[in-house]
Design a protein around this ligand. Structure first.
Ligand SMILES: Nc1ncnc2c1ncn2[C@@H]1O[C@H](COP(=O)(O)OP(=O)(O)OP(=O)(O)O)[C@@H](O)[C@H]1O
Ligand SMILES: [Mg+2]
Length: 428
């Protein structure tokens, strides 16, 4: 039995070694990582969150915290007079397909020609030491991250919610990621052309070419996102209803495609009094019908778009919302209800990713366990126990049960240094 379990573990996706150079407060870090849960503990401002951020960044090429990726480079290194400063993140991963190495480089080059001392910043991605497009780094390592600020997915901006959909989908669907990136490029080009037309610097002759591309790529993005939200919604509802509220409350996710002007909000009619939601429910997986609807919407908004110099319909205006017992969770939900829904969302994300790929993603939990009541904490730690690999940060390990600590590895983080605890935390 034990031998079987060992083989099972070794084959599944996990990081065996993490190396960081000039990343945040890590000047240099070489860390061997075990399978199963690891507790990352230490005082405030020592580097716990930064460690999780490094893993997340390697998986998604995005930071959950930094506004600009340049901020990720160690600021002590940035003060040196070197012409080129490189931040490096390297993970050795063991997967069912074998061992590989993935790497991200954050490169800041000081420009001699610029008097103000500013330079240029770029990123490079490598798989097994060979340079690849950033996008091709995705899918090698899959993570689900839990952050205290996740509740902003309910209360924050549509941009944050779109970002969540995109980052999650991109980890498992490279085609989606490519389509989205191409859509964003065409959108930028079309917007630039709209501005040129408005200023009389360009004719309208080229516009239909961009519009056609926009509609084709955009409808693929819309259809894929809608399917994803539907799949996630079912799982969120189940977990929330069965496990988290014991049948007392129902949560639904609602996808709001950016194809209608004046966002319809909660009611079921658009500005023309037509039932957009009913239309969407029957057509959301029909790419041709969605493309036709998108095309009509672009046509209708043309005059307004020309005046604004921007395209006002399309997946870049999508949103999605949580409904609790039929009402908007952001407007009416209590903080606790919002937290519970987010917990359901994240657990659903784990199940969804596992279902899509056959492998449990790596779990990253930053200080979230402290916020949960005993029952939810136990439920979440059950997920953590079943993951191939999970990293949990905490300032105070005492919040974990002895049973959990007995099965977890633990690391102490102090001022950008990480040390494996030899004795077990909580046992003297
Ligand atoms: N680019 C950077 N270069 C060097 N240090 C940085 C950089 N960005 C952030 N830091 C510092 O890294 C330190 C550790 O940050 P981190 O968020 O990982 O702390 P933490 O251990 O999670 O603390 P807390 O318990 O307060 O959440 C902080 O002092 C932060 O200011
Ligand atoms: Mg932290």
């Amino acid at each position: 039995m034990l031998a079987y379990q060992l083989v099972y573990f070794v084959l599944l996706m996990h990081i065996t070694r993490l190396s960081l150079t000039n990343f945040r407060n890590y000047g240099r870090l070489e860390l061997d990582l075990p399978v199963g849960p690891s507790l990352i503990h230490g005082n405030n401002a020592q580097g716990k969150t930064n460690l999780l951020e490094a893993v997340y960044y390697l998986a998604t090429t995005k930071s959950p915290h930094a506004d600009q990726d340049q901020q990720l480079i160690n600021w002590v290194a940035m003060q040196a007079e070197e012409p080129v400063i490189v931040g490096r993140l390297v993970a050795q991963i063991s997967t069912s397909q074998g061992v590989k190495t993935i790497e991200m480089r954050l490169i800041y080059e000081r420009s001699q020609s610029l008097r103000n001392g500013r330079g240029s910043f770029r990123r490079e991605a490598l798989v097994d030491k060979r340079k690849v497009r950033l996008m091709d780094l995705l899918g090698h390592l899959r993570v689900v991250m839990f952050l205290p600020e996740d509740v902003q997915l309910i209360t924050g901006s549509p941009r944050q919610r779109r970002r969540y959909l995109d980052i999650t989908l991109c980890q498992i669907d490279p085609l989606y990621c490519r389509t989205l990136s191409n859509y964003n490029k065409v959108l930028e080009q079309r917007n630039a052309l709209l501005r040129q037309i408005a200023e009389g610097q360009s004719s309208r002759a080229m516009l239909p070419i961009y519009t056609e591309k926009l509609v084709k790529l955009g409808s693929r993005v819309l259809v894929r996102r809608a399917r994803f939200v539907d799949e996630l919604a079912r799982e969120v509802h189940r977990i929330h209803y069965e496990a988290l509220t014991e049948g007392r409350e129902t949560v639904r996710l609602h996808y709001l495609p950016g194809l209608w002007h004046n966002k319809p909000g909660n009611n079921d009619t658009d500005t023309n009094g037509k039932g957009w939601a009913a239309w969407w429910q029957t057509h959301s997986q029909d790419e041709a019908a969605v493309a036709e609807r998108f095309d009509e919407a672009v046509e209708t908004s043309f005059a307004a778009d020309l005046a604004r110099g921007a395209t006002s319909v399309g997946p870049h205006r999508d949103d999605w919302q949580f409904l609790l017992n039929g009402r908007s969770l952001s407007s009416y939900g209590s903080r606790g209800q919002q937290r519970t829904a987010i917990l359901a969302l994240k657990m659903a994300e784990i199940n969804w990713m596992t279902g899509q790929t056959g492998e449990v993603p790596i779990l990253l939990l930053d200080e979230v366990v402290a916020e949960l009541d005993a029952q939810r904490r136990a439920l979440l730690l059950d997920y953590v126990k079943d993951a191939n690999q999970a990293f949990l940060t905490a300032t105070d390990p005492a919040m974990f049960s002895l049973d959990f600590l007995r099965n977890a590895s633990s690391f102490l983080v102090e001022n950008g240094r990480v040390q494996l605890d030899t004795g077990q935390i909580g046992f003297s």
